[in-house]
Design a protein around this ligand. Structure first.
Ligand code: C2E
Ligand code: CA
Ligand code: CA
Length: 548
């Protein structure tokens, strides 16, 4: 229970990891990429604004120097006309005029006065005769001026057009989330512009600064990192969906593994490793004499909790995985442990072991049989190996060889479930078995159903002609016993006589029936044997549960 919860936890963790890892990596890589991209854009924007600001100042200075050189440095009509036409022809200059050292405009063209004197501490680098300054009304109305010193009393002044820096640059995704500011070195602000977005809204906004090498000028552009990240949103969605899909796949796969583990899978493999498979023994009898002839070994899975799983529930899995080979090996070892004493004492007793198609793909089974039984108390001539007809044998020639090798040891081979499976009579002919086991299916209706009757009779006749032994399986009723005896079948197993028994119960029964006085308790044993054959008249006395 706890381990299954643990397995589910592992599946969930693995799925989350598989889905989460690409998301985290994508988040990191895409985020980084988007931010780096935005940083480059922002830097380019800052440089564009700086270029424009420098161009405006540069144009102002050029015009003023030209006027100074042309000696247009008075407020006379002619000079004012020169101011006006210079300003008119310029790109960024709105007005040109003359100011006194305090900054008061003496005249200006086109006409216009200043509300305040122009105080301009800022100067062009390396030339104190050239100044740049901002005149602010304390609110948002700012004017930027360029000045050139004429003499002690006069300065030429160019007022830069407000619209000089009113342009939009940069990618669309940043247009609504940017702030542009142009500063002079004295701390004054030439221009500051932002939309609804403010850098204060985001702790990790992107800021790039461009500094002029020609003028006391600095541009700062700040953009939203969130807006930058937004550019990779579609890609992120794709990765998100892909990762979720991947995670789901891993989850599904894990769920299948866990489910398999729950009813087979690694639980089953562990059960094989833990040797949880035990042999039960179903006695085989001579119906004429009532003698016990031996038994068939039938596997049971004894779970650690004590429950007993019948073979129908795990054999298909054991066969599909090939684990049946290990299980059969374990069973054979266990039969040596359980039965050696009894079988060495009663050399006439037989022990039948079921093999599957998996055992007929190579010669390993022959070596195993030899290794396990050679030095055991069970002789080869006491062993019989059953080959079922129900699953086709891949390589009939190899199967025939394996059967011959088993027979060469002295053991017998029986064809199980004859008439119900694939092989039919061809198997009988090609495999060279010693015994045929007539399936319960035909025995069930032997006294009532005509076709069952003829099949059994045909099989018996065939067996006799080929010199094969015959065992009837699944005998449950007295009428079946009578019928089988009537057609000369003497050997049978079935619930009427005994169900598959745990080792101790089988040994006790066999000792009793064989009159092993010292192995059990003399008179008691005989009584058990008598009771057993009284069972032919009063069935179901040998319930393995009762026996166990
Ligand atoms: P099977 O080899 O034909 O074995 C006979 C089955 O019939 C056994 O079922 C047995 O308990 C049952 N049986 C015997 N007499 C009666 C009866 O009178 N009435 C009824 N209703 N059933 C009877 P079990 O033990 O459940 O085994 C089922 C099948 O599983 C076996 O059929 C055999 O094919 C396979 N099997 C069992 N043990 C092993 C094993 O160790 N190795 C392999 N390869 N297969 C095994
Ligand atoms: Ca069998
Ligand atoms: Ca059978």
């Amino acid at each position: 229970m706890a381990s299954s919860v643990l397995r589910w936890v592992r599946v969930v963790v693995a799925s989350l990891f598989v889905a989460g890892a690409p998301i985290a990596v994508a988040e990191y890589v895409l985020g980084h990429h988007a931010l780096a991209e935005a940083r480059v854009e922002t830097r380019a924007m800052a440089e564009r604004y700086l270029e424009r600001a420098e161009a405006a100042i540069g144009e102002g200075l050029t015009l003023l120097r030209d006027l100074k050189n042309a000696n247009s440095v008075t407020c006379t009509m002619v000079d004012r006309q020169a101011f006006g036409s210079s300003a008119f022809q310029s790109t960024y200059i709105q007005q040109i005029g003359l100011a006194d050292p305090k900054g008061t405009l003496l005249c200006g063209e086109p006409m216009g006065s200043l509300e305040q004197p122009i105080r301009l501490p800022a100067a062009e680098r390396g030339d104190p005769s050239v100044m740049v300054g901002v005149l602010s009304d304390g609110r948002d109305d700012r004017q930027t001026f360029v000045l050139v010193r004429v003499d002690e009393a006069r300065r030429l002044v160019a007022r830069i057009n407000r619209s000089a820096l009113e342009f939009v640059t940069g990618p669309d995704y940043l247009s609504a989330a940017q702030q542009v500011a142009v500063y002079l070195d004295d701390g004054s602000t030439w221009m500051r512009r932002s939309g609804t977005w403010k850098p204060e809204q985001e702790p990790d906004s992107i800021e790039e600064t461009a500094i002029s090498t020609r003028y006391p000028l600095r541009v700062s552009v700040t953009v939203s990192a969130l807006a930058a990240r937004q550019t990779v949103a579609p890609l992120r969605s794709i990765i998100l969906i892909g990762s979720a899909f991947l995670g789901l796949m891993v989850f599904g796969w894990g769920a299948v593994l866990v489910a398999r583990g729950a009813n087979g899978g690694d639980v089953f493999t562990r059960a094989v490793a833990n040797q949880e498979f035990v042999p039960f023994y179903q006695p085989v009898f001579d119906m004429f004499t009532g003698e016990i002839k031996g038994c068939e070994v039938l596997v049971r899975w004894q779970r650690p909790d004590g429950s007993m799983v019948p073979p129908g529930q795990f054999l298909p899995y054991a066969e599909a995985t090939g684990l049946i080979r290990d299980i059969t090996t374990q069973l054979m070892h266990q039969t040596v442990e359980d039965c050696s004493a009894l079988y060495s004492r009663h050399r006439g007793l037989k022990l039948s072991i079921n093999l599957t198609a998996m055992h007929f793909v190579d010669l390993r089974i022959v070596d195993e049989i030899r290794e396990i039984y050679e030095t055991s108390g069970i002789g080869y001539e006491q062993l019989c190996f059953e080959v079922t007809e129900q699953h086709p044998l891949k390589d009939l020639t190899l199967s025939r060889t394996i059967i011959q090798r088993i027979q060469a040891l002295g053991a017998q081979v029986a064809l199980d479930d004859v008439g119900t499976g694939h092989g039919g009579l061809a198997y009988l002919q090609k495999l060279g078995v010693d015994i045929i086991k007539i399936d319960k299916m035909f025995i069930d209706n032997i006294s009532t159903d005509h076709s069952s009757q003829s099949i059994v009779e045909t099989l018996v006749e065939l067996g006799n002609q080929l010199g094969l032994g015959i065992i009837a399986e699944g005998v449950e009723r007295v009428d079946q016993v009578e019928h089988l005896k009537g057609i000369g079948v003497s050997t049978a197993q079935g619930y009427l006589f005994a169900k598959p028994l745990p080792a101790a119960a089988y040994l006790e029964l066999a000792h009793a029936m064989l009159g092993d006085g010292d192995a059990g308790g003399g008179a008691d044993d005989e009584a058990i044997a008598d009771d057993l054959f009284a069972a032919v008249d009063a069935p179901d006395q040998t319930d393995p549960k009762a026996a166990a």
